[in-house]
Ligand binder design. Structure first.
Ligand code: FMN
Length: 521
């Protein structure tokens, strides 16, 4: 079926062979990592920041206000969509700092690593943030780039481009009403330097962890937020004036609510031809990723409007094995550490102590992280594309074994009891972290109904959702003074491990949780 608005020479979002080709070609297996050893060219390491050397930097306020809102509430709740709210410059600064700001620096023999607020594969930070806003208190209408190194904005365009963005999203209501929309772009080479063609999956993961923080901070500030994955790619890229061979718009977050301006695609915006500092002396191209991105592009506002909403219903079969009810902490027991403090102390565990966590802690993180993501591909609210499978090693009150999480029933179904530390270490790309963790939480998805409904762009959506849920889990874990890390994995071995229950599903994401070996997080 050709999509409305698609020209015959453009890839068709509904021809999903492109996704299967990309997904299969970028699977890790025991054999593939041995056959394709990749050595890092340190002399050609990309810059971690996009730099516009000719534009003036507008400093952002550095003082982060204490929100006082508990992280475990901020990740689980959301502000009703039509709550009037216009973020001011201070709120803009907090949203940016707590999702993509530099929160730690570590010096090593090769230089300094600037760690950022959200977890990111390889600490390579391929996600850039741009703002499209009307006049906000303290910030003039315009299109801006966020520069985390200086904690500043650079204005790319002056004026109100909200109607152009509304047009590019096919009149998406949240964008139409949003005084501010943050656009995330992903830069291929910055991550592909290390991860090669698998980087396209990382776009969703790393953008997702960042958005988990942004959504939680927005909630803490009383600002409604909605993730928007449906937009005319070429229009948004053109508005930001990014070179789509190198950097592409991946997601939008509409923030706040005010009267809508009508969509206007005819707004005049010329190419900017702004100078940017090259990331490396030379870049290596991995065409597979660009092909995957092109195959999932939407080409017209009509195609976007048809694309969004109506997520497929993907139910698990009713539990057939023994089940354990989640036992989340009570309100009195719930840690109240505020979202800003939890984000600032988060950092991926580099080693886990082989020590238990409690069923109450595990239940709390599962419950709070999976209460729904406001997104244009997850309507009705509460829909979830990924399903959670667990390997429990050391959770007090729960026998070790393989489990699947029934979110609707609030139960964990045991698929196979047993001690699987060695298997978990193997599945997590033969690393010790998943073997030493208290529990490994795998995200699997049945891509067939997702691609059937959303076409190739469903692949972006499912990876992004996994990143957001993974990011929420990180926050729920650190709110409880435990440790977590994202991990990569041997794709088909993960599916095999959880089969027959998981037969036909694809491994999408993995988070290991436990007690950090270096004491309390
Ligand atoms: C999706 C994802 C996958 C990751 N995979 C691994 C991994 O396989 N091994 C590892 O040691 N760390 C992994 N990490 C952790 C990153 O290396 C870490 O987030 C990054 O260095 C930034 O540090 P921070 O999380 O402490 O801020 C992963 C992180 C994410 C978000």
């Amino acid at each position: 079926m050709a999509s409305p608005g698609a020209c015959s020479d453009m890839p068709d979002n509904h021809n999903t062979e492109a996704t299967w080709a990309y997904h299969d070609a970028t699977k890790h297996s025991y054999a593939s990592v041995r056959a394709h050893q990749h050595f890092l060219d340190w002399a050609n390491q990309p810059l971690p920041f996009k730099v516009y050397p000719t534009l003036e930097a507008l400093s952002l306020p550095r003082q982060v206000r204490q929100t006082g809102v508990a992280a475990l509430s901020a990740i689980a709740a959301r502000i009703p969509a039509e709550t009037n709210a216009v973020p001011d410059l201070q709120a803009v600064a907090e949203l940016l700092y707590l999702s993509a700001g530099i929160t730690k620096e570590r010096t090593h023999p090769g230089g300094v690593i600037y760690f950022r607020a959200a977890a990111c594969t390889g600490a390579l930070y391929e996600v850039e943030l741009y703002l499209v806003c009307g006049d906000l208190p303290g910030l003039d209408a315009g299109v801006y780039h966020f520069a985390p190194a200086e904690f500043a904005l650079r204005r790319l365009r002056a004026g109100n481009y909200r109607p152009a963005l509304t047009a590019a999203t096919g009149g998406e209501s949240a964008v139409a009403h949003a005084p501010l929309t943050v656009i995330s772009t992903c830069t291929y080479w910055r991550n592909a330097w290390k991860y090669q063609a698998r980087t396209y999956r990382h776009f969703g993961w790393d953008n997702g962890t960042l958005l988990a923080n942004m959504l939680a901070v927005a909630t803490a500030l009383g600002i409604p937020a909605r993730v928007v994955c449906g937009f005319v790619d070429a229009e948004v890229n053109r508005l930001l004036d990014v070179d789509p061979q190198r950097e592409v718009a991946f997601s939008l977050v509409a923030l706040g609510h005010m009267p809508a301006l009508s969509p206007q695609s005819s707004l005049n915006f010329e190419p900017l031809r702004l100078e940017t500092v090259p990331l490396s002396r030379r870049e290596v191209d991995y065409p597979l990723m660009r092909e995957m991105h092109a195959a999932s592009a939407l080409h017209s506002p009509e195609e976007v409007a048809e694309w969004r909403g109506g997520a497929p219903v993907i139910d698990l079969p009713p539990p057939a094995g023994a089940t354990s009810q989640l036992q989340p902490l009570s309100d009195e027991e719930m840690p109240l550490d505020p979202i800003d403090q939890v984000i600032l102390r988060r950092g991926s565990s580099r080693k886990f102590a082989r020590a238990p966590i409690s069923l109450a802690q595990l239940s709390t993180m599962l419950d709070r992280a999976t209460r729904g993501v406001p997104a244009d591909f997850l309507d009705p609210m509460g829909t979830q594309l990924n399903q959670l499978y667990l390997i429990v090693h050391d959770v007090t009150g729960l026998d070790p074994g393989a489990y699947v999480f029934h979110r609707d029933r609030g139960v964990l179904e045991c698929l196979e009891p047993g001690s699987f530390r060695a298997e978990a270490g193997y599945l997590g790309l033969e690393q010790t972290l998943p073997a030493d963790a208290a529990v490994d939480i795998f995200f699997l998805a049945d891509l067939r109904p997702i691609l059937q409904r959303f076409g190739n762009r469903g692949y972006r959506a499912v990876q992004l959702e996994a990143g957001i849920l993974g990011g929420k889990l990180y926050l729920a874990v650190y709110a409880q003074h435990l440790g977590a890390t994202g991990l990569t994995f041997y794709d088909d071995d993960v599916t095999r491990f959880f089969s027959p229950h998981a037969a036909g599903k694809s491994a999408i994401f993995l988070v290991a949780v436990g007690q950090s070996a270096r004491g309390k997080s």
